[in-house]
Ligand binder design. Structure first.
Ligand code: NAD
Ligand code: IPM
Ligand code: MN
Length: 368
């Protein structure tokens, strides 16, 4: 199968982990007889430096014409003093909006060898398998007005959601819960926010169309607490943009590191943008020690969701599992024993495990 993939490495460790994604995909392509054609484009601070904008038109056009997009991360101190609408982060928000990627899926599932890498007690996190579905193109991130007012002595951001924007993400969440353990937790702040009260009403209305899904509502402050005290109570969590951003970084603690989490940003057709949940990690950029697994697992999500390549995605996830089982880990995972390696060695080990999986497949096939 031939697929055109736009690569947006971005800034900081984004550049380093994109190399890992490319190597993994090249190996999968060779093993399965696919052709993945990469088109690299600028976004974020790197784009500001080259084109004086965080999201050049050429990048938007390339993404719109591609089969899927992979993104590393954007942002860094160098661009922190720029006005809000010119910052690297604006490039990421802009591409999500331009592609109408309203549903951000953030799976949080621990790997057994990393259970003790979490600061949480093992018995608390054991068995947890959560999918956070974050609304990605509305809410406080995009509502207007958004500006300084009163001669710069006050500031306003606007939390706006239309019924249609709420309905599509809530429908998506019910449908996703139907394919999992059929439990949906809707997280809001309905005791204070009008937008949350409309959100809750719509969840109740929609639940009538999905009678097989058990729904409950949680206020976001309580949800933040329960996420790390009773994580295995959750299956699918659906929430608005900002709450989803914060809760997913918190939930990453269950897995041992923010560097472990992949994500898929999708709409109703197969087009999607895939990126790790973490940022550009300026504190470790250039040191060659970034954890590439969130990025590598994002490539698996891409193969699964955008290309319907289930076997290929399984192979990547199995190779990551094997790598961790063998004791390999990057320094962000605070594990005493095991084999501490950098980004490249971690990636090469995953690739080694990939190849051996596929080689064994080939041998099986030739004797079949
Ligand atoms: P961050 O996610 O970049 O880093 C938080 C902490 O986690 C840091 O200590 C970092 O070293 C560590 N970390 C993150 N990813 C890691 C990995 N793969 N391997 C090892 N350690 C990892 O968040 P931040 O420091 O708050 O933000 C830095 C910049 O990134 C900011 O400019 C921010 O706007 C941007 N950001 C971008 C994205 C994105 O592009 N999707 C997401 C979050 C933050
Ligand atoms: C994320 C990031 C972004 C967000 C920033 C960099 C705009 O934190 O992808 O989680 O808030 O959505
Ligand atoms: Mn975030």
């Amino acid at each position: 199968m031939k697929r055109e993939i736009v690569l947006l490495p971005g800034d900081g460790i984004g550049q380093e982990i994109m190399e890992s994604a490319k190597s993994v995909l090249n190996t999968v392509a060779a093993n399965f007889g696919h052709q993945f054609i990469f088109h690299e484009h600028a976004i974020g601070g790197t784009a500001i430096d080259q084109y004086q904008t965080p999201l050049p038109e050429t990048t938007i056009k390339a993404c719109k014409g591609s089969d899927a997009v992979l993104l590393g991360a954007v942002g860094g101190e160098k661009w922190d003093s720029l006005p809000g609408d010119q910052r690297p982060e604006k490039g990421l928000l802009g591409i999500r909006k331009a592609l109408d990627l309203f549903a951000n899926l953030r799976p949080i599932k621990g790997f057994a060898p990393l259970l003790h890498a979490s600061p949480l007690k093992q018995e608390i996190i054991e068995g947890s398998d959560i999918l956070i579905i974050r609304e990605l193109t509305g809410g406080l991130y995009f509502g207007e007005p958004k500006s300084r007012v009163e001669n710069g002595n006050a500031a306003v951001d606007t939390l706006y959601y239309s019924r249609q924007e709420m309905e599509r993400i809530i429908d998506k969440s019910f449908q996703t819960a139907q394919k999992r353990r059929k439990k949906l937790t809707s997280v809001d702040k309905a005791n204070v926010l009008e937008s949350s009260r409309l959100w809750r009403e719509i969840v109740e209305e929609k639940s009538k169309s999905y009678p097989d899904v058990e729904v409950n509502h949680l206020l976001v402050d309580a949800a933040a607490m329960k996420l790390i005290t009773q994580p295995n109570q959750f299956d699918v969590i659906v929430t608005e943009n900002l709450f989803g951003d914060i809760l997913s970084d918190e939930a990453s603690v269950l897995t041992g590191s923010l560097g472990m989490l992949p994500s898929a940003s999708i709409r109703t057709d197969g087009v999607g943008l895939y990126e790790p949940v973490h940022g550009s990690a300026p504190d470790i950029a250039g040191l060659g020690i970034a954890n590439p697994l969130g990025m590598i697992l994002s490539t698996a999500l891409m193969l699964r969701q955008s290309f319907d390549m289930q076997e290929e995605a399984d192979e990547i996830e199995k190779a990551v599992q094997e790598t961790l089982d063998q004791g390999y880990h990057t320094p962000d995972l605070s594990i005493k024993d095991g084999i501490k390696v950098g980004t490249k060695e971690m990636t090469d080990t995953v690739i080694g495990n990939l190849s051996s999986n596929s080689v064994s497949n080939c041998i099986c096939n030739s004797y079949a």
